[in-house]
Design a protein around this ligand. Structure first.
Ligand SMILES: [Zn+2]
Length: 249
């Protein structure tokens, strides 16, 4: 058994125990790290815990690609200062305010992924150039109230406002926040946004855009992004984690 435990069994269900929540967060940290989201020891993943008002989130210290369940901490939503718990990342409040604003969200990922950060440093927006982009068929938010770090409850609320009902928000000159109804959807949002922007960057160097017609965006979204497919994606991501496969040898 790997350090992450048997993540095949956790699928996308809400974590049934603190241990499962910690393993989901650790696995998601390692997955996004493999796909271009790592930056020093920065960026964080969180999930709502099994208990009311509980959020499990990566603590400060490790790089995303080396997070274990022991590097995940509990933050409480019924404590207005919960995001200031010892060991918490400075921008933990981005998660706690998002959970307060979005009851439908049960997992969140903040990273400084390079392509998404680049798009957030321009006046351009996400174009529907690929099937990746149509995951965000209602667009993505833009947080531009500040270009600094998101450390106060007011900042966190402003990020949640900019996120609105979307799956992701670009933080101007900073990075992204991607969310989901569970850990699988949050990882899919983070990875797919970065891929979509990467395609847009490449396309912009090749010629004029020929975007997917608006009428096809929702149709492709419904066909491609079905909840029934998510377990398959999660299993593939987990199988490809070096530590997980080592544990099964
Ligand atoms: Zn940040």
């Amino acid at each position: 058994m790997s350090v992450l435990g048997d993540l095949e069994l956790t699928t996308g269900l809400a974590p049934r125990s603190a241990d499962e929540a910690r393993r989901q967060v650790a696995a998601a940290c390692r997955i996004v790290a493999r796909y271009g989201h790592e930056d020093l020891t920065l960026g964080h993943v969180s999930v709502r815990g099994p208990g009311e008002h509980e959020v499990y989130i990566k603590a400060k210290g490790k790089a995303l690609g080396e997070v274990t369940p022991d590097d995940v901490m509990l933050v409480r939503l019924d404590d207005p200062e919960g995001h200031l718990a010892p060991g918490a990342h400075l921008e933990t409040v981005m998660h706690t305010e998002t959970y307060r604003a979005r009851p439908d969200v049960s997992a969140a990922i903040h990273t400084h992924a390079v392509y998404a950060t680049a798009l957030g440093a321009t006046v351009s927006s996400l174009e529907y150039l690929s099937h990746d982009a149509v995951l965000f068929n209602d667009g993505v938010g833009l947080y531009n109230a500040s270009v600094g770090m998101v450390m106060t409850r007011d900042d966190g609320r402003a990020v949640a406002d900019a996120l609105g009902g979307h799956r992701a928000v670009l933080l101007q000159n900073h990075g992204m926040l991607a969310v989901g109804e569970d850990i699988r959807w949050a990882v899919l949002s983070a990875l797919t946004l970065e891929r979509a922007v990467r395609v847009q960057v490449l396309a912009s160097s090749l010629g004029e855009f020929t975007p997917i017609p608006a009428a096809s965006v929702d149709e492709i979204h419904l066909t491609k992004y079905q909840s029934a497919f998510l377990d398959e994606y999660w299993s593939a991501w987990v199988r490809k984690l070096p530590s997980a496969s080592e544990g099964r040898r």
